[in-house]
Design a protein. Structure first.
Length: 506
């Protein structure tokens, strides 16, 4: 799905990005002449539509056109074309009430939406010196009125009525339901997700730095690395830091693990109240001894379906955010009970289930069992996410079609290969295979991930963690074994950078 903003306003694009709509700006060469025989509302609707139509209707593309005009005493403000005209116009607005009329046009395939909204805006009293200083800043004269009120409460605005976004011609409350209808491909309760590919919660891997990289390459939903319910209960500083979410990560799920109902409820309530995550996930699939045996958590919980129900029900009842659960198909080959557990998880009120197609006993060996995942999907009505051995676009399409699942979860296939998300998205939507990333793309991605890690953890830890990530990025490349050894013995990232330049860019 492509999104095009028929506007020259980067501010509008920034706001749409805040709501997780990734629009590209294309300048619309459209007639913006106003017809004096029409009302302000009809005029602004017409201009917005002409802007959108200048881009044109395209297959699987949302085109959004916007326009804004200012009305005072029932008359539309004209466009000043000189500093003197701009001064007179702004002087007339000083200390006055006026109306902002915002027009919107949305095109998608054969559908067209065209509407307008109005907002009241009240100017401050502006001195002559303030107006002159403003005019001398170099703003385009024909935009002088708009620049004065826009920017979510421009410098001359005292206050306004209605949504602040309306002021810059972007009535989000009216636009969002339309965009959600076409842009988002599925949802977990009230959390809309733009594509079918989910980043799995890999411990020690899926920190904020890696998640941001995956998001930029097309992950529709991300699940953060699991955090301990006990650690949150003890207000462990490191664990609390792991629950932080950057603005460009949404939608994102935060995963907790534990075995005690009260402790898990406490952890879930903490995430509900203090984390910006959109979804709370309960880990019932981790196979490692530290979690599954020592703590009696993770995949160990699957052995007791009644306890599974008890945990999920208690967490769902305690929080406002959607609750999901990640499971395996069973503890071992003698106790494959994914369908039974899935039904109880749904009954307890969970909003989705992710199923890894292996037992705990298998760990990560053998092959994922898609027949069991398919059976889970057929047994419940909530979304089911298939997980296990999805490491190529072709495999992704096969698993999606065979299991009938709502989405796919990528784990090890994304390590050192965040490009897999855009590759799968393109293959699912357009049946087209994207070329593998160039050495330059790999190098640039490593550098960006390192910069995120430095911001997150500092230089020392960033160096140590990037060794693991870089090994994954270089996996399978000719002669990479020697390069990995050099990187693992480097004492600074400057050394690592020079090694990578010599290997990837020479």
């Amino acid at each position: 799905m492509k999104l095009i903003l028929a506007s020259s306003s980067p501010r509008r694009k920034d706001i749409l990005n805040e709501f997780n709509y990734k629009f590209n700006i294309e300048t619309a060469n459209a007639d913006e002449t106003m017809d004096d025989s029409l009302s302000a509302i009809d005029n602004v609707k017409a201009v917005a539509l002409r802007k959108a139509m200048a881009i044109g209707k395209k297959i699987d593309t949302i085109v959004l056109g916007c326009d804004t005009i200012v009305v005072i005493d029932g008359k539309r403000l004209g466009k000043p074309h000189s500093k003197d005209e701009a001064f007179t116009m702004l002087k007339s607005l000083s200390g006055r009430e006026h109306e902002v009329v915002s027009g919107v046009a949305i095109l998608f395939n054969d559908e067209t939406y065209n509407f307008a909204t109005t907002s009241k805006v009240y100017f401050k009293s502006i001195s002559d010196d303030e107006i002159k200083e403003y005019i001398e800043t170099g703003e385009p004269m024909d935009k002088a009125g708009a620049y004065a009120i826009q920017g979510l409460g421009g410098r001359f605005v005292d206050h306004f009525e209605g949504s602040e976004y309306n002021i810059i011609g972007l009535p989000i409350e009216d636009i969002k339901p339309i965009l959600d209808k076409y842009y988002y491909m599925w949802k977990i309760r009230d959390v809309y997700i733009p594509n079918l590919v989910v980043l799995a919660p890999m411990a020690g891997i899926c920190n904020e730095a890696f998640r941001r990289i995956c998001k930029a390459h097309g992950a529709g939903l991300m699940v953060a690395e699991m955090v301990s319910d006990k650690a949150l209960g003890f207000s462990n500083e490191k664990t609390i830091k792991m629950t932080k979410v950057s603005p460009d990560e949404h939608p994102i799920s935060m995963q907790i693990f534990g075995a005690d109902v009260e402790s898990l409820v406490y952890a879930a309530k903490y995430l509900d109240n203090y984390s910006d995550c959109d979804i709370i996930d309960i880990n019932m699939g981790c196979p490692v001894n530290k979690v599954a045996k020592k703590a009696g958590a993770g995949a160990s919980l699957l052995k007791n379906p009644a306890h599974v129900y008890e945990i999920v029900k208690a967490v769902v009842d305690a929080v406002k955010k959607p609750v999901t659960v990640k499971i395996r198909i069973g503890w071992d080959s003698e106790s494959i009970n994914a369908v039974e557990n899935a039904k109880l998880i749904e009954k307890a009120g969970a909003s989705a289930i992710a199923v890894h197609g292996r037992t705990r006993a298998q760990m990560y060996s053998g092959e994922a069992n898609y027949d069991i995942i398919k059976a889970v999907k057929e047994a419940v009505s909530i979304p089911v996410i298939a997980n296990g051995d999805i490491n190529s676009p072709q495999k992704a399409k096969y698993v999606l079609e065979y299991t009938g699942c709502d989405a796919l979860m990528i784990a090890r296939g994304a390590q050192g290969n965040p490009f897999i998300f855009e590759q799968i998205n393109e293959y699912l939507m357009n049946n087209r295979l994207i070329e593998k990333p160039s050495n330059q793309e790999i190098y640039d991605t490593i550098m960006l991930q390192h910069s995120y890690l430095v911001d997150l953890k500092g230089n020392k830890l960033a160096l140590l963690e990037m060794r693991t990530h870089i090994s994954a990025y270089l996996k399978g490349l000719p002669g990479s074994a020697t390069i990995k050894n050099q990187i693992n013995t480097s004492n600074s990232f400057d050394e690592v950078t020079q090694i990578l330049k010599g290997y990837l860019l020479a």
